[in-house]
Ligand binder design. Structure first.
Ligand SMILES: [Zn+2]
Ligand SMILES: [Zn+2]
Length: 214
């Protein structure tokens, strides 16, 4: 039976065509839409969303995302509110909140939905083909995805694809190391030039590697 093709399917198909781990791209996109909506709806006055106030702010990764928007007024309103909360509940102490980052919650929910639908979507030739020519998943997301795949035949194809991707990256690293040897250092750089960066990204997801500002 063909799968129902709704936005989850098309979102996934889109990110499969982009560079890097598709789940990292999705996670980045969901955080982006979160801040888009957050800055549009919530930051019109001092009443920043209750969820954010009870969380004590955004996590490190999503604070970096927030910075990317460069919304100076939005940031000032949000953090005035958060610091006001820290100072005001009890005099002579600090009201430190320990709730989860609301952008993480939104992003986790989207990630879970897209991980769960990988196997049914893989039955669609268009989807399987897009995955098989993609750059594959990062190791962090692969650890989350593999236990969710029930069909032996699908698991076999995913492992085969990911092994091929890792083998290619491994040989690029070997080539990078070879060219660092003074005897070969006059040779021109090829695709292996940034293999070390892609290798770091392959483990934790490129979104985190790209993050330089925090
Ligand atoms: Zn990833
Ligand atoms: Zn977060």
């Amino acid at each position: 039976m063909p799968v129902e093709k709704h936005s989850t399917y098309f979102n996934m198909l889109d990110v499969l065509k982009e560079k890097g781990c598709p789940y990292c791209r999705l996670s980045d996109k969901s955080a982006h839409s979160y801040f888009d909506a957050f800055l549009f709806e919530n930051v019109t006055d001092r009443e920043v969303s209750k969820k954010l106030r009870s969380s004590g702010g955004f996590c490190r990764e999503h604070s970096a995302k927030f910075l990317e928007f460069n919304d100076t007024l939005g940031a000032a309103i949000v953090y005035e509110s958060l610091i006001y909360d820290l100072l005001n509940e009890k005099k002579e102490s600090l009201s430190l909140k320990s709730g989860a980052c609301p952008a993480c919650a939104v992003s986790k929910e989207a990630e879970e939905r897209h991980l769960k639908t990988f196997e049914p979507y893989f039955a669609e030739p268009e989807f399987a083909e897009a995955y098989l020519v993609s750059e594959g998943f990062c190791i962090s997301h692969l650890k989350l995805l593999l236990p969710k795949i029930k069909k032996e035949s699908v698991l076999k194809k995913v492992i085969e694809k990911e092994r091929q991707t890792l083998e290619k990256l491994h040989s690029e690293l070997l080539e990078f190391l070879r060219k660092n040897d003074y005897r070969f250092s006059k040779e021109e750089w090829g695709a292996e030039k940034d293999s070390w960066r892609r290798a770091i990204g392959k483990f934790v997801g490129e979104r985190k590697v790209r993050q330089k500002s925090l």
